[in-house]
Design a protein around this ligand. Sequence first.
Ligand SMILES: Cc1ncc(C[n+]2csc(CCOP(=O)(O)OP(=O)(O)O)c2C)c(N)n1
Ligand SMILES: [Mg+2]
Length: 331
Amino acid sequence: MTMSQQLERRAILVDPIARWDRMLEIRFFEDRIKGLFAEGLVHGTTHTYQGQEAIAIGIAVALRPTDNVCCTYRSHGIALALGMTTDSVLGEIMGRAIGAIGGVGGSMHLSDSSIGLLPTSAIVGGSIPIAAGAALSAQVLGEDRCAVAVFGDGASNIGAFHEGLNLAAVWKLPVVFICENNVYGEYSRINLTTAVEDISRRADSYAMPAEILDGQSIDMVTQGIARAVERARSGGGPTLLECKTYRYSGHSRADAGLYRPAGELDEWLKRDPIDLYERQLIEANLFTEDRAQTMRNEVLRKIDQLVERVTASPVADVPAMFKNISIGGRK
Ligand SMILES: Cc1ncc(C[n+]2csc(CCOP(=O)(O)OP(=O)(O)O)c2C)c(N)n1
Ligand SMILES: [Mg+2]
């Protein structure tokens, strides 16, 4: 895939049907990861994104490809929304040479500068100072670009969150802090680890505007991010956005999430972002149930072909690990 094809994948998200289709792609892609992990085809660990898809689409729609996004180890969905191809993302997750960074990073280190995705990492809260730094570079260089940090509710208890928000507020950096409050940090429910129910309240400490967004609604998320991006671009400084959402999967790999109260997942499934958007589009006469079913089959077929293709492709070799690494000043 060339850079222009990735940008095209991003650009088509102006169409509401394409937004729905991309959410479905993310959902079915993530559903397959669990099985691939069980088959030993995914090395290290992996964290899936089912339930949070609307946030990824909102970020992709509200930002330009020249803006910077820095996210977490739970970022397959955001990478796909931003325009990375399924081959590039699955290739990376499965350690193949066709992966986004040649298969040496894996699930937690997706990155692609052509669509603005800065290197992701497993350091909880790490996206926050990195995005603030990207915003600082835009400010210093006078470039019309903003940065977004994506992180979880648990990350808001980390020092980097407080340091990053404080400095971004003092320096009025063009950055948007997007907290995906999915109710859990690893195996702990938020009420057991976090003193406030609404993470957005923490913005008060840094005299920063904040909003709570319905993370299950593409429109609410997109509009909220667009408002914050507009503020960032016009010199108004940073915003903290809290997207209320829920992760359907456990924390990682084979975690079945058995620590969750009975019925909690079912309640959230009633407001599934893909179902909600489908109903909204049907009510607006933009979509039909028949077309939705045809598209579901088509996405499943494409994911099957993708898995076959990537499984048959060459694995990253040992020299690839040393590419782009400078040792003692020598490449
Ligand atoms: C600095 C740091 N501390 C602890 C961990 C271990 N850890 C990995 S994920 C996680 C929970 C993070 O939860 P949250 O920020 O809500 O993100 P989510 O996984 O829900 O998307 C923790 C504590 C880590 N990776 N990095
Ligand atoms: Mg969380």
